[in-house]
Design a protein around this ligand. Sequence first.
Ligand SMILES: NC(=O)c1ccc[n+]([C@@H]2O[C@H](COP(=O)([O-])OP(=O)(O)OC[C@H]3O[C@@H](n4cnc5c(N)ncnc54)[C@H](O)[C@@H]3O)[C@@H](O)[C@H]2O)c1
Length: 260
Amino acid sequence: MSGGGRGRLAGKKALITGGAQGLGLAFGRMFKEEGAEIVLTDIQADKVAQAAGEIGAAAGLAHDVTDEAQWKEVCAAAEEAMGGISVLIHNAGIGSLGNIETETYEQYRQVMAIDCDSVFLGTQAAMPALKRAGDASIVVISSVAGIIADANFLSYNVAKAGVAMMSRSIALHCAKARTGIRCNSVHPVFTRTPILDPMIAMKGSAEEGEAALTRQIPLKRLGEPEEVASMVTYLASDESRFVTGSAFTIDGGITAGSGR
Ligand SMILES: NC(=O)c1ccc[n+]([C@@H]2O[C@H](COP(=O)([O-])OP(=O)(O)OC[C@H]3O[C@@H](n4cnc5c(N)ncnc54)[C@H](O)[C@@H]3O)[C@@H](O)[C@H]2O)c1
């Protein structure tokens, strides 16, 4: 996706977690191109500050999404930096490889805290600001792993399925309470970011690792961060104003054969 957006997000004020690299940074870039103000947050404090400077974000904040108190501080800081929050992107996350026999409970708890509980904590903390915005969009970055299971994605499967259902419940509450807030989940397949490194490394060479992943995808390639960013931009924009409680796959066809 080249520069020169069409202002599809003009006037939007977006808080994006996990913005130091990968998908979060790609969202930040596209949002800026489309005219939004953005605040990036990440547990990698130096890296997110640098990324924010490079793409012209209003702020790049140190933030552990598992920490309830930090969520309150980050929401206050983001609201101050942008004059409000009208878009919340729950993107921070970690991968995890383990099956029911190998996964430790400690690892399971960590994945649940970062990939699932953070959406509860963050949405709750941001609700007052989102309500003040009056017309707001929450996007939860789940995964195809929230739809189809894998023997070695135990914790990740549970966490990503959990946030998809949380997204629907949030959407229904926000509709019922007439908040003007929408909420949707996005489900990418393997997309070219650092989160894939451990899976690619397992196969020996980068070529073999990537081939092992792409073999599973009908379109026979990885996703690109900009492709996911296009979908998230749509959901953040007014173009999707009648869309809430929905789950969007962006997966090269992988879930089409799963009996969904
Ligand atoms: N890349 C893929 O193949 C893929 C596919 C489906 C879903 N996803 C999801 O997309 C999201 C973004 O992942 P990515 O591919 O860009 O990976 P990534 O590893 O490049 O980026 C994840 C970011 O989250 C941050 N993070 C991790 N723990 C955190 C914490 N406790 N608090 C705050 N920030 C934290 C990391 O520092 C990192 O910058 C994740 O939720 C991931 O599960 C990715």
